[in-house]
Ligand binder design. Structure first.
Ligand SMILES: [Zn+2]
Length: 335
């Protein structure tokens, strides 16, 4: 899922996002509640009309911001009080308030409000945040009113195998429609993340979508799929694209590199995206000249790359050849 935190996948209008093959886009309840406000989005017809995106939308609950904006957040059992980076006003998010905001925004998939902490962290802090997240998931379930929205719970537990399993079991008892694995890709090694998936995912029902939040690099997506994950979101394709880093089957290219100055080849010969109608030399020139088209085209290519990778993975799964597919990709990326 391409990330459109503020109701826009940065630099790309929805038609271009659709061209990449994306089916679902992400938006963020915390950021949209601050600006323009959930009621304003509702008055403008809800997120689908607001963004002009007719496909499914998933909103994150604001739980990740407890981690990413920790210096602006005060956590209690009741909820979290944030100091707005826009005007310093305070915004209180509780499980009930997060659900109300997400109901006003009107996404199709909505997330439970959880407490994400940085890793590594003290065992006490991880345990406390995990059980708080379980408690908050139950409050979200009770608060949810809209029957046209699918509420997903989020498994926490840091890097503690027992805690991850225990948290997953408690959430599954509450019978959510989908489950996410959260609190990963927040500073730990990829191998530790894979280990957490190996203990967590088997606890989650195969009949429900299983979503790994905020991940990741192309290799992380394939390793996640190998461990049973169905859905991902990450800012990497767009954020890296804006910084002149593009993904290819032969590994990432840094477009500012002088090696591409007179390179007539496209980023990838078989890529159907608009960026790949141009030469690497031209794309490099756009970045060197600080033209806005550079970040736009690089973001478009990266999103297309990720969507094509996922489409290939789905085909490989259907043909029962996913392991070979993954190993071949990993080998080529490693160069
Ligand atoms: Zn391309």
């Amino acid at each position: 899922m391409p990330v459109g935190t503020l109701g826009t996948v940065k630099g790309l209008d929805v038609s271009r996002v659709e061209d990449t093959g994306a089916q679902v886009v992400l938006a963020n309840a915390y950021h949209l509640a601050l600006r323009p406000g959930a009621k304003t989005v509702a008055a403008l017809g809800g997120l689908h009309a607001f963004m002009g995106w007719s496909g499914p939308i998933l909103t994150d609950s604001g739980g990740f911001q407890v981690f990413s904006l920790a210096h602006r957040a005060q956590v209690s059992e009741q909820g979290v009080t944030f100091c707005s980076p826009i005007d310093g006003a305070s915004l209180q998010l509780t499980p009930e308030r997060s659900i109300a905001i997400q109901e006003d925004l009107g996404a199709d998939l909505v997330m439970a409000f959880d407490h994400v902490v940085a890793l590594p962290n003290s065992p006490e802090a991880v345990v406390e945040a995990t059980w708080r997240s379980v408690d908050w998931a139950e409050r979200c379930r009770k608060a949810a009113r809209r029957e046209d929205q699918m509420l997903l719970a989020i498994v926490q537990g840091g890097l503690d195998e027992q805690l991850r399993r225990h948290c997953a079991r408690e959430l599954v008892k509450m019978d959510f429609l989908g489950y996410a694995v959260g609190g990963l890709s927040v500073g730990e090694e990829p191998t530790e993340m894979y280990r957490m998936l190996e203990v967590t995912v088997p606890e989650l029902p195969t009949s429900s979508p299983r979503y790994l939040m905020g991940v990741g690099r192309p290799q992380d997506l394939l390793e996640g799929i190998a461990r049973g994950i169905d859905m991902f979101d990450c800012v990497m394709p767009t954020r890296n694209g804006r910084n002149a880093l593009v993904f290819t089957d032969n590994g990432p290219l840094r477009l500012r590199n002088a090696a591409y100055e007179q390179d007539t080849r496209p980023l990838e010969a078989d890529c159907p995206c608009l960026a790949c109608r141009h030469s690497r030399g031209y794309l490099r020139h756009l970045f060197k000249a600080k033209e806005m088209l550079g970040p736009i085209l690089a973001s478009l290519h990266n999103l297309t790359y990720y969507q094509r990778l996922m489409a290939e993975a789905r085909t490989a799964i259907a043909q029962d050849s996913f392991t070979d597919f993954r190993d071949e990709k990993l080998r080529r990326w490693a160069g």
